[in-house]
Design a protein around this ligand. Structure first.
Ligand code: FAD
Ligand code: NAP
Ligand code: MG
Length: 462
């Protein structure tokens, strides 16, 4: 009998979770399908694979990455830890709760390197188009081998879309912005705070990007940062030099007009206005159509496309939980593809989704949202053998994290949390976050050498 074939689009944390899930089954002696993962970049890691480029890459594909220099985890690492591969196992030492990007990138790779899953990935390959044949029940993928400039097609029984949804900017228009004399970019193209030193900066948006880019620019020497909100302000107690204003109505040269009648001059504008779920490789009837929220419609158990459950989406939710949520999704999806989980009828799936959607509609902010995503993970983790972790304790950590930020947005990253996987209490980082200007892995993992006291230096000279 021919082996079933699984195609995966994207080798970010979600796609890698799917590969790892199949490896885990293989290790237990189960027979697994033939798997191919397509990744348009030259390396894995998705967002965590930093790109200094903006615009297009060396083969002319849109740059996927939205991360920047000096990006540190914005939530405690204890909230995202893989339950089958702990931070302790990877680093062989206790690290702090908020590592910088290169350290988390290293961690993601550790689990995957252990398993040799690189062989399943075709790098520099873009999924260009997907079609589905109703009679054969197979997907045909049109693929572009970017290096060799060759197009080819392959057939699959299951398709896993793990292409991420924080890459295509949502860029609103404000009257007069076309005549703004300074730099105007979207957060997707922000690569570091250095160029904004001594500038008066306007950020539009009031979510994680606005908060973090604002704080980064403040830390690295911007003269002032204004955050302009549409619906709600972020509302933490800001330090002198950062403030929140209501929405901009229009621009007149370098002057922004706000809807409370105030005006102010700026040197640069960064639109922290979120992203679009964009699937240019999918025809509209297979395309997930959603905004960034905790329960995108039409995904049963958050992953199975209701019209066609052989089409699986990973990581499409807004994210409190990240790596551990992608894992629980991927393990469940694997068991469906292995024929171990049978899905109920389309109508029953619709009813289940409707219950979640109703709860999502009634959701308040903060704590309710954390509980919602925690309950979602509890609902799906029981469907596979993904190692259980204490979700209630993680939810408590998320809530503490929210109040840490409210209390002091500049120091919350100095706090420490206890792992629910190993029980280890995080170490304090050797340097306070506000004084730490180097985000390299080397600097992070090694205690900096003590400066010699002045008198010792003088003695040496004598
Ligand atoms: P991605 O990481 O986006 O990976 C998707 C992959 O699919 C990419 O490698 C891309 O190249 C590939 N791809 C896309 N289209 C195609 C195609 N057509 N063909 C082939 N390959 C394709 N999460 C945290 O837990 N902590 C943080 O501190 C944190 N910081 C973040 C900061 C920023 C600025 C952003 C934008 C996100 C951050 N996140 C953070 C959330 C982040 O989205 C997740 O951690 C994670 O990267 C999502 O994984 P993913 O695999 O679903 O998507
Ligand atoms: P987001 O959470 O989807 O928020 C989008 C923001 O844009 C909202 O505040 C929204 O306001 C606003 N907005 C949208 N359209 C607008 C318009 N026309 N005018 C004014 N405001 C508008 O997107 P995000 O903040 O970019 O975050 C994306 C992801 O990146 C998150 O997962 C986050 O955790 C991650 N991230 C992490 C870090 C880190 O430090 N590690 C840093 C940055 C981002 P409304 O409330 O009015 O809709
Ligand atoms: Mg994308």
């Amino acid at each position: 009998m021919n082996k079933k074939r699984v195609g995966i689009i994207g080798a970010g944390p979600s796609g890698l979770a799917q590969l790892r899930a199949f490896e885990a089954a293989k290790k237990k002696g189960e027979e697994v399908p033939e798997i191919v993962c397509f990744e348009k970049q030259s390396n894995w890691g998705g967002m965590w694979n930093y790109s200094w480029r903006t615009g297009v890459g060396k083969y002319g594909e849109p740059i996927h990455g939205s991360m920047y220099k000096y990006l540190w985890s914005n939530g405690p690492k204890e909230c995202l830890e893989f339950s089958d591969y702990s931070f302790d196992e990877h680093f062989k030492k206790t690290i702090s709760s908020y590592p910088p990007r290169p350290v988390l990138f290293d961690y993601i790779q550790g689990r995957i390197k252990k398993d040799n899953v690189r062989d399943y990935i075709r790098f520099d390959t873009t999924a260009r188009w997907v079609s589905f044949d109703d009679s054969t029940k197979k997907f045909t993928l049109v693929l572009d081998d970017l290096k060799n400039n060759k197009t080819y097609t392959e057939e699959f029984d299951y398709l896993v879309v793990a292409s991420g949804h924080f890459s295509t900017p949502n860029m609103p228009y404000f009257k007069g912005i076309e005549n703004f004399p300074g730099n105007v970019i979207h957060a997707h193209d922000f690569r570091g705070a250095d160029q904004y030193k001594d500038q008066n900066l306007l950020l539009i948006g009031s979510s994680y990007s606005a908060e973090d880019i604002g704080v980064q620019c403040y830390k690295h020497g911007a003269k002032s940062v204004t955050l302009s909100y549409r619906t709600n302000p972020i509302g933490v107690s800001w330090p002198e030099g950062i403030k929140e204003m209501p929405l901009v109505t229009h621009f007149e040269d370098d002057i922004a007009h706000f809807n409370n009648g105030e005006t102010e001059k700026y040197d640069a504008v960064i639109m922290c206005t979120g992203y679009q779920h964009k699937f240019p490789f999918l025809p509209s009837k297979m395309r997930l159509k959603t905004k960034n929220n905790l329960y995108p419609d039409n995904l049963y158990k958050g992953v199975f496309f209701n019209e066609l459950p052989q089409l699986i989406y990973l990581g499409m939710q807004d994210q409190y939980y990240t790596f551990n949520m992608f894992d629980t999704q991927a393990w469940m999806a694997r068991d469906y593809m292995l024929g171990k989980i049978e899905l109920p009828s389309k109508e029953e799936r619709r009813a289940d989704m409707d219950t979640w959607l109703k709860r999502n509609d009634d959701l308040g902010h903060g704590h309710d949202a954390v509980d919602f995503q925690s309950d979602y993970i509890k609902d799906i983790i029981k469907l596979s053998d993904y190692p259980a972790f204490n979700i209630d304790k993680v939810a408590v950590m998320f809530k503490e994290w929210l109040s840490d930020k409210e209390e002091n947005i500049l120091t919350y990253r100095d706090k420490t949390y206890r792992s629910v996987v190993t029980g280890t209490m995080a170490a304090e980082h050797h340097t306070e976050w506000m004084d730490e200007m180097d985000d390299s892995k080397e600097r992070y993992l090694n205690e900096p050498e003590e400066e010699e006291p002045e008198e010792v230096k003088m003695n040496v000279r004598i």
